[in-house]
Design a protein around this ligand. Structure first.
Ligand code: OKP
Ligand code: ZN
Length: 341
C-alpha cells in the first residue's frame, strides 16, 4: 500500500481540551501522525510525501468565508481582546441565532461547533497539509487502484463552513469530490470511525453523486450527539443517498462487521466509480475515547471485506487515539487489505 502523507501535519498540536468543566489532555496529538507513519513504514509500506496541489481542491468543498477565517485568523489574533497562544471561543452560533458579526471572536463562533478545535500558530499549515495528503491520495488511488492517505488532523466532523470534533478540513470529502471530478461518476464514502461522520454527511446530504454511509456508536449519548441517526437518509436529489448505522455502545466485532457488510451491499448497488473509506481506528476495544469493542482481528476482517468489494479505494485516516493498539490496528488493516486485493 502506498502511504501519502504531509509532514506539516505535526504543526497543530493542541495540549489541552476544555471538556465538562475541566481541562484534559487533548487526545488528537501530533504524535498520532508520527506513530502511524512509522508503523506503516516499519511494516514495509511505501511512504510518499504529498505534492502541494494548492487550495483549488479544498475550495471545491469548503466555504470561502470559512477558509478565509481559518487561513488568516492567527495573523489577525491581536483583534481578539486578551488572546493568548491559542485562539478559542466559547460563543457558538445557534440555528435560531446565526447573524454574521464583523468582529473576529464572533466570526469564530459562527464557524466553530465546540471547544475541541483550538487554533494555534501552525494550525492552518497542518490542516492544509492533511488535506494535501487526501488530494494526493485520491490521485494515487485513481492511478494505482488503492492508497492510504495519512491525514492528521482528521476531517469527518468538519462541514463546508465549520470546524468541530478535532476536525477543520474534511479530508475524505475533499478526496471524494476530486474523484467525482476525475471519473465523472458516483463516489461512495464508507465511514467506520467510532464517531458518526456528521460533516461528511452534511456536505453531501443533498447530492446523489456521493453516497455517504457511516457505521458508528449510537449518538443518542455520544459525540456528535446531534446527527448520525438511522432516519437521516438525505434530502432533495440526495434522498436515499445517505445511510447511518448506529450501534449500541459496547458492541464488538460481530455487530460492527455485520453493519459494514450491509453498508458494502448498499454501496455495491450504487456501482460507484470509486470508494473512500473514512478509516477511524477508534472503534478499537483499546481506544481511550472509543465505546465499541472491536478487536485487532475485527479490523483485519473489515479490511478483507472492504478490499473484496473490488473498487478503486482510497483509505483516509480519521480518528484513533494514542494507545499500543493504534499502530497495530493500522498495520493489521493495511496488511489484510493488501493480501485480499
Ligand atoms: C474525532 B474523530 C474526548 C471527548 C471527545 C470529541 C470527539 C471527536 C472525535 N475526551 N469529543 O471522530 O475521532
Ligand atoms: Zn472518531
Amino acid at each position: 500500500m502506498r502511504i501519502i502523507h504531509d509532514a506539516r501535519s505535526v504543526k497543530h498540536d493542541p495540549e489541552l481540551f476544555f471538556r465538562r468543566g475541566s481541562l484534559i489532555p487533548h487526545p488528537e496529538r501530533a504524535d498520532r501522525y508520527r506513530v502511524l507513519r512509522d508503523a506503516a513504514a516499519a511494516a514495509g509500506h511505501r511512504i510518499t510525501e504529498a505534492a502541494d496541489q494548492g487550495l483549488g481542491p479544498i475550495r471545491a468543498v469548503h466555504d470561502a468565508g470559512y477558509l478565509d477565517l481559518l487561513s488568516t485568523v492567527w495573523e489577525r489574533r491581536a483583534e481578539i481582546p486578551g488572546v493568548g497562544d491559542e485562539i478559542l471561543t466559547g460563543h457558538f452560533a445557534r440555528p435560531h441565532m446565526h447573524r454574521a458579526p464583523t468582529g473576529l471572536l464572533g466570526r469564530l463562533g459562527l464557524h466553530l461547533a465546540d471547544t475541541s478545535t483550538p487554533i494555534r500558530a501552525g494550525t492552518w499549515e497542518a490542516v492544509y497539509g492533511s488535506a494535501q495528503a487526501a488530494i494526493g491520495g485520491a490521485d494515487c488511488a485513481l492511478d494505482e487502484g488503492h492508497a492510504y492517505a495519512l491525514c492528521r488532523p482528521p476531517g469527518h466532523h468538519a462541514y463546508a463552513d465549520s470546524a468541530g470534533g478535532f476536525c477543520f478540513l474534511n479530508n475524505a470529502a475533499i478526496a471524494a469530490e476530486r474523484m467525482v471530478a476525475a471519473t465523472g461518476g458516483r463516489v461512495a464514502i464508507l465511514d467506520i470511525d467510532v464517531h458518526h461522520g456528521n460533516g461528511t454527511q452534511g456536505i453531501f446530504y443533498a447530492r446523489a453523486d456521493v453516497l455517504t454511509v457511516s457505521v458508528h456508536a449510537d449518538p443518542a449519548d455520544y459525540f456528535p450527539f446531534f446527527a448520525g441517526y438511522a432516519d437521516e437518509t438525505g434530502s432533495g436529489e440526495g434522498t436515499g443517498h445517505n445511510r447511518n448505522r448506529p450501534l449500541p455502545h459496547g458492541s464488538g466485532d460481530g455487530p460492527w462487521l455485520d453493519a459494514i457488510g450491509e453498508a458494502l451491499a448498499e454501496i455495491a448497488v450504487a456501482r460507484p466509480a470509486a470508494l473512500v473509506v473514512a478509516l477511524g481506528l477508534d472503534a478499537s476495544e483499546h481506544d481511550p475515547i472509543g465505546v465499541l469493542r472491536v478487536t485487532g482481528a475485527g479490523f483485519g476482517q473489515a479490511a478483507r471485506m472492504i478490499a473484496g468489494a473490488g473498487l478503486t479505494t482510497l483509505l483516509v485516516q480519521e480518528g484513533g487515539y494514542l494507545c499500543d493498539a493504534l499502530p497495530r490496528n493500522l498495520v493489521t488493516f493495511l496488511g489484510a487489505f493488501d493480501a485480499a486485493r
